[in-house]
Design a protein around this ligand. Structure first.
Ligand code: ATP
Length: 279
C-alpha cells in the first residue's frame, strides 16, 4: 500500500496552517518550542511522538487555546488571532469518550457543532438539520441519531465527536488522537470515515499513536519529541529515516484506561511499518 499522493497545489491559495518559529506553553512555561510547520490545502498530516512530547500543545497552540510565547501563527493567510470565521476549523479534542453523565442523543451533540454557522435567529433551520444528518451519515451513524451517546461504544462516540466537528463544515479538521482507545476494528472504520473526508477535499492534521489504519491516507508525517518538531516529511522519507527519528513506543495511557491491556492495538507509530516489512 502506498501513501496518498500530495494534492495538486495552487500557489495562489494560502497555506491552511503556517507556523513560523512558534513556541507554545502554559503560563510562562514553554512546552513546544521553535515550531515551523506549513500545511497546505488537501494535505493529510499525522503528528506522532511519545507521551508528553508536546503534540497536544502544538494542536492547541495553533488554535489559540494556549499561550503563544513566541513566533507566528497564520491560518488561511491571516494571523491566527484575526481569524473571525472559526467555523473554518473543526477541532476534535483529545477525549476518547463522552462522559456517562452526558444525557444527549448523537443528533443533539452533533447539532452543537452547527452553532458557529447558525443564522442571526440562532435556531437550527432545515438546512442546518440536513447538514447534521449528513455529518452523522458520513461517520456511519445515521441509524444512531436518536441514541443516547452514553450508550454508544468508545469508537462510536469518537465518530460522534468527528461528526460534531463536521457539522460546522470546516475546511480543516484538527484531530487529537481520533483513534485513541478504540479497538482495531473501529480504527479501520474511522480510517474509512477519514478517507471519505479526504475525497471531499478536507485538510487534516491528526495527532495519533496508531499510524497503522491511517497510514494509507497520509501525505506527511511530523514527529514531535522533547518539545520540538524533529522530523517533517513524506511517509516514505519517514520510513527511510526511522532510525534517526525513532522514539520510545510509550504504551498509551488512554488506551490503558479503556482496555487495561491496551486492547491489542499497535502502540508506536512505527509498528505498522515494521509489521509490514517483516511480513
Ligand atoms: N494545561 C496544561 N497546563 C500546564 N502544563 C500542561 C498542560 N497541558 C499539558 N501540559 C504539559 O505539557 C507537556 C506536553 O504535554 P502534551 O499534552 O502537549 O503532550 P502530548 O505529546 O500531547 O502527550 P500525550 O501523547 O500523552 O497526549 C507535558 O509536560 C504536560 O504536563
Amino acid at each position: 500500500m502506498t501513501a496518498a499522493a500530495a494534492p495538486h497545489r495552487d500557489p495562489a491559495t494560502p497555506a491552511v496552517i503556517e507556523l513560523r518559529r512558534a513556541s507554545f506553553g502554559y503560563g510562562e512555561r514553554p512546552v513546544l518550542v521553535d515550531a515551523d510547520l506549513v500545511v497546505h490545502p488537501g494535505e493529510i498530516v499525522a503528528v506522532v511522538g511519545p507521551n508528553g512530547s508536546g503534540k497536544s500543545t502544538l494542536m492547541k497552540g495553533l488554535l489559540g487555546l494556549n499561550e503563544r510565547i513566541a513566533g507566528e501563527v497564520t491560518l488561511f493567510g491571516v494571523p491566527g488571532h484575526e481569524l473571525h470565521d472559526r467555523a473554518r476549523i473543526g477541532y476534535v479534542p483529545q477525549r476518547h469518550t463522552l462522559s456517562a453523565s452526558v444525557r444527549a442523543t448523537a443528533e443533539e451533540i452533533v447539532s452543537t457543532g452547527r452553532l458557529p454557522r447558525l443564522g442571526w435567529l440562532g435556531r437550527l433551520r432545515a438546512t442546518d438539520r440536513q447538514v447534521v444528518a449528513r455529518s452523522l451519515e458520513v461517520v456511519g451513524l445515521a441509524d444512531r441519531a436518536a441514541t443516547e451517546v452514553s450508550t454508544l461504544s468508545g469508537g462510536q462516540q469518537r465518530r460522534v465527536l468527528i461528526a460534531r466537528a463536521l457539522a460546522g463544515q470546516p475546511e480543516v479538521l484538527v484531530m487529537d488522537e481520533p483513534t485513541a482507545g478504540v479497538d482495531a476494528a473501529s480504527q479501520h472504520v474511522l480510517a474509512d470515515v477519514l478517507e471519505r473526508l479526504v475525497d471531499r477535499g478536507v485538510t487534516m492534521l491528526i495527532v495519533t499513536h496508531e499510524l497503522g489504519a491511517l497510514e494509507r491516507l497520509l501525505t506527511r508525517i511530523v514527529v514531535v519529541d522533547g518539545g520540538r518538531i524533529r522530523f517533517d516529511g513524506t511517509p516514505s522519507a519517514y520510513a527511510a529515516a526511522r532510525d534517526r527519528v525513532h522514539h520510545d513506543h510509550d504504551s498509551h495511557h488512554h488506551d490503558d484506561e479503556l482496555h487495561g491491556d491496551g486492547g491489542g492495538v499497535p502502540h508506536g507509530p512505527l509498528d505498522a511499518m515494521r509489521d509490514r516489512r517483516t511480513r
